[in-house]
Design a protein around this ligand. Structure first.
Ligand SMILES: C[S@@+](CC[C@H](N)C(=O)[O-])C[C@H]1O[C@@H](n2cnc3c(N)ncnc32)[C@H](O)[C@@H]1O
Length: 542
């Protein structure tokens, strides 16, 4: 396996493990749901590295389709490397806009992408897939990173999106008419793309000149180039013409016996006069009811960049001369991805959300097919409320001026808005600064120890119970108060009050005053806060 070398690689290879878990703080006024929930449609405000990590406890292995549209690194997007990696060289990169003159431009981009791709992979379901928009600036480096993180055996395809409808005559060399969409499955053996709906143009080639009761059909070629020992024989047409055999260098594609059977069943077309080269009929009713996805996505089918600009301007009342957001994708492009890669109840994640096109496409497709797909969007820029969330609020509730009837009436749907809060660092637990709330720490220890979803409503704080996993009932003895925490421990008294039963108990506490034999008898596995949490997580993440 050959891996891409770039400056900073050694520092970012395991950076995703060192990123602390952050609290997720609901901002109810910005969402559309009465009660904010991590199980709702989500818009998360914050850097996606920390946000993806914060989503792990709830979404690990749950996301069916990821679409990301990261900076293409063209040199004029104004992005800056901002990950707080422990390396003097990289600390020096922080906050500096990556422009064309920057000789470490590609290194920075790879350092930014690698840990994010690693976390994104953790979030995917076994039968899920990731779609990444990119252009030639970083296409080849992206492919290498994706091979490394997802495995080259899980590469599915690179689709070409024809993004413009007319060539740019001012181009220096070639007019660049396309972007790429790079597609990898989490597991190529398990991921199966959906067939796309057939188009009218495809169906229109099926006709029924002989009024066959089986319905419209199209003629197939009887001759093929593949060598076939039984495919050489003469044929006499019903009109009397004799055909000595297949054209030179080809073979009839069926044996003589099969040919006669097909003819007896009215499945051979001999032309109006009965003297054409015979053609087997392919009936529309017998072809696959959908079409397999292809790698060329034309603007007629999935829209172009002008469409996306018009779309966003019409939704947000932007002045068209005002380039508030210059790189939206058309919702029809994302819809194509959703059609290929989601079921009606899938979770869809976009961690470079921009103008919220992915949420728009999810809501539109749900409305069209009665689906219940959910979206999770992450955006770090200031416009996350005024642009990302505002677009979703408007398309959900309805836009009176929209030409499209369903947009006018509103696509429906709600979402919860979360902001990344404080990091939960083990150091802060030790020294008492920024102690996380009981519920936050419960989510953290439950997930890190069990790898299973944490359900906050299961907490019974009176008995320190925080949830049930496949193997354990899990307990957390903790208060977000340094004074109380100092005196908290798994004592005889506390242990006796834990619910009885045959299930094994996993108990997190600052310390314990019990011997091993007692713990064994009471089926208790003790985990000291906070070091074991960290170790357990590292084991899980490997
Ligand atoms: C090319 S745009 C995506 C456009 C989007 N597909 C659309 O249709 O509107 C990339 C977006 O990713 C966001 N972004 C870049 N780095 C990020 C990060 N580290 N965390 C969260 N968002 C980020 C940028 O602010 C920008 O809005």
């Amino acid at each position: 396996m050959s891996w891409l070398q770039f400056k900073g690689r050694v520092f970012v290879e395991n950076h995703h493990l060192a990123v602390p878990f952050h609290e997720m703080q609901p901002v109810r006024s910005r969402g559309l749901s009465r009660k904010a929930s991590l199980h709702d449609n989500l818009i998360v405000e914050g850097d996606n590295l920390a946000a993806l990590k914060a989503l792990l406890p709830t979404y690990q292995g749950k996301v069916k389709c990821i679409y990301i549209d990261p900076p293409y690194n063209t040199g004029n997007e104004g992005w800056a490397y901002n990950d707080n990696v422990n390396s003097p060289m990289m600390q020096d990169w922080l906050g500096k806009v990556v422009d064309r003159e920057d000789l470490t431009r590609h290194d920075k981009w790879c350092c930014m992408m690698l840990p994010r791709l690693k976390l994104l992979r953790e979030l995917l379901r076994d039968d899920g897939a990731i779609f990444v928009s990119i252009d030639d600036n970083e296409f080849h480096r992206l492919r290498s990173l994706m091979d490394e993180v997802f495995g080259e055996e899980n590469f599915v395809a690179t689709a070409i999106w024809q993004k413009v409808y007319a060539p740019k005559s001012s181009a220096r060399h070639f007019s660049e008419d396309h972007d790429f969409v790079v597609i990898y499955a989490r597991d190529g053996e398990k991921w199966v793309p959906n067939l796309l709906a057939r188009t009218e143009a495809q169906d229109s080639v099926y006709r029924n000149p002989d009024e066959d009761p089986r319905g419209p059909w199209r003629p197939n070629n009887l001759a093929a180039r593949n060598s076939y020992s039984k495919g050489v024989y003469s044929i006499t047409c019903p009109g009397g013409r004799k055909i000595d055999g297949p054209p030179k260098g080809s073979y009839w594609r069926v044996s003589k016996e099969r040919f006669l059977e097909l003819d007896a069943d009215g499945r051979i077309w001999w032309g109006e006069g009965g003297n054409n080269v015979p053609a087997p009929k392919i009936f529309l009713s017998e072809v696959k009811q959908g079409r397999v996805p292809q790698t060329l996505w034309t603007y007629q089918e999935v829209g172009h960049t002008q469409d996306s600009k018009r779309e966003i301007i019409s939704i947000l009342d932007f002045d068209s001369s005002n380039d508030v957001f210059i790189t939206p994708k058309p919702s029809s492009l994302i819809r194509r991805i959703l059609q290929i890669a989601t079921d009606k109840d899938s979770i869809v994640l976009d961690s470079f959300a921009g103008s919220g096109t992915t949420a728009h496409a999810v809501l539109a497709l749900n409305q069209e097919d009665g689906g219940n797909r959910r979206f999770v969007l992450i955006e770090c820029e200031d416009y996350v409320d005024s642009l990302t969330a505002e677009r979703v609020r408007r398309v959900a509730k309805g836009i009176p001026s929209a030409r499209d009837e369903s947009l006018k009436a509103g696509l429906g749907g709600t979402f919860s808005y979360f902001r990344l809060g404080r990091p939960m660092r083990q150091q802060s637990i030790l020294d008492g600064s920024n102690l996380p709330s009981y519920e936050k720490l419960a989510g953290y220890v439950f997930f890190t120890a069990t790898g299973e979803e944490f359900e906050p409503e299961k907490i019974r704080k009176k008995t320190w119970f925080i949830g049930r996993s496949r193997l354990y009932d899990v307990f957390l003895i903790y208060e977000a108060d340094m004074g109380k925490l100092k005196d908290m421990a798994l004592t005889l008294d506390v242990a006796r009050k834990l619910p009885r039963g045959k299930r094994n108990k996993l108990v997190f506490a600052p310390t314990k005053y019990l011997d091993q034999e007692f713990l064994y008898r009471y089926r208790i596995t003790f985990q000291q806060l906070p070091f074991q949490i960290y170790e357990a997580f590292e084991k899980l993440a490997k």
